[in-house]
Design a protein around this ligand. Structure first.
Ligand SMILES: [Zn+2]
Ligand SMILES: [Zn+2]
Length: 266
């Protein structure tokens, strides 16, 4: 039985990852993966939006790096993708990006809950102290629901990112999760099982077993991603992610080719 694809991997062009795509491909092949996808942090319309993503003038170089990995490892299937930040008002920009290269999929991620605060940024940890966690989780899931509903993405990234630092609301968030998952199901958007959470304070795959279970109940498809920002993270903890998926009743993962979905047996 083969492993599902690792669909979430970064490159140095986002300014906070190391290792070239061709090296990630070598690592993936050594691990026995047969399919991977690069999904680096996409440019914003303004390059100075923040300091942890690809500048727009690097986009063509990014595509070339992924093509080089393909040429170097013809035995691997390598997808060309982006992890795109969803903020309300960015829809037109995301549509423009979509038309620039032959992308296989877009991962829609919410990192920002305002123009100036990315909730997962360790340098902005003090922002959490100024707010009620439930309020942050509410805005986050509202935007995530809008991302799923927008039709701009094939996959929603790390669907409970606000847990990264282990800061949880004291209220039940199930209605927030359900609203998001129903939008994802309706628009046929997958969620990823992202193993990077295991490497953070929360020590848990994104999203939680509870959300994965609710996703299965709502017929939301899944993909897998390591969110690798370094060579050693490629395909990391996939056995654990597979266990989580199977435990929730999943029998298939979703493959994307030029933004078209296909269901593959786990
Ligand atoms: Zn990153
Ligand atoms: Zn992300």
């Amino acid at each position: 039985m083969s492993l599902p694809a690792d669909y979430h991997m970064h490159t140095p062009l986002c300014l906070h990852a190391t290792g070239e795509p061709t090296d990630y491909a070598a690592r993936a092949a050594a691990l026995g993966l047969t399919e991977i996808g690069f999904s680096d942090h996409s440019p914003m319309r303004r390059d100075n939006f923040d300091t942890w993503r690809m500048n727009f003038d690097k986009l063509a170089e990014y595509v070339e790096k992924v093509r080089k990995a393909r040429a170097d490892f013809p035995q691997l299937t390598i997808k060309l993708a982006l992890e795109v930040d969803y903020l309300p008002g960015q829809e037109e920009w995301i549509r423009e990006l979509a038309g620039l290269h032959p992308w296989d999929y877009f991962i829609g991620s919410v990192h920002y809950v305002s123009d100036s605060w990315a909730i997962d940024n360790p340098d902005k940890l003090s922002e959490w102290k100024k707010r009620d966690p439930y309020e942050v989780w509410s805005v986050y899931f509202d935007w995530l629901t809008r991302a799923a509903d927008s039709g701009l993405f094939e996959i929603i990234g790390h669907a409970d990112l606000p847990k990264k630092f282990g800061i949880y609301p004291d209220r039940d968030c199930t209605p927030l999760f359900e609203r998001f998952l129903k939008a994802a199901a309706k628009k046929n958007v997958a969620i990823e099982l992202n193993t990077a959470g295991l490497r953070k304070n929360c020590r848990e795959i994104y999203p939680s077993p509870k959300i994965v279970q609710l996703a299965k109940t709502n017929n939301v498809a899944i993909t897998f991603g390591s969110d690798a920002h370094a060579l050693g993270e490629v395909g990391m903890n996939f056995t654990q992610a597979l266990r989580l998926a199977r435990g929730a009743g999943y029998t298939h993962w979703r493959r994307f080719n030029r933004r078209t979905a296909e269901s593959i047996a786990l």
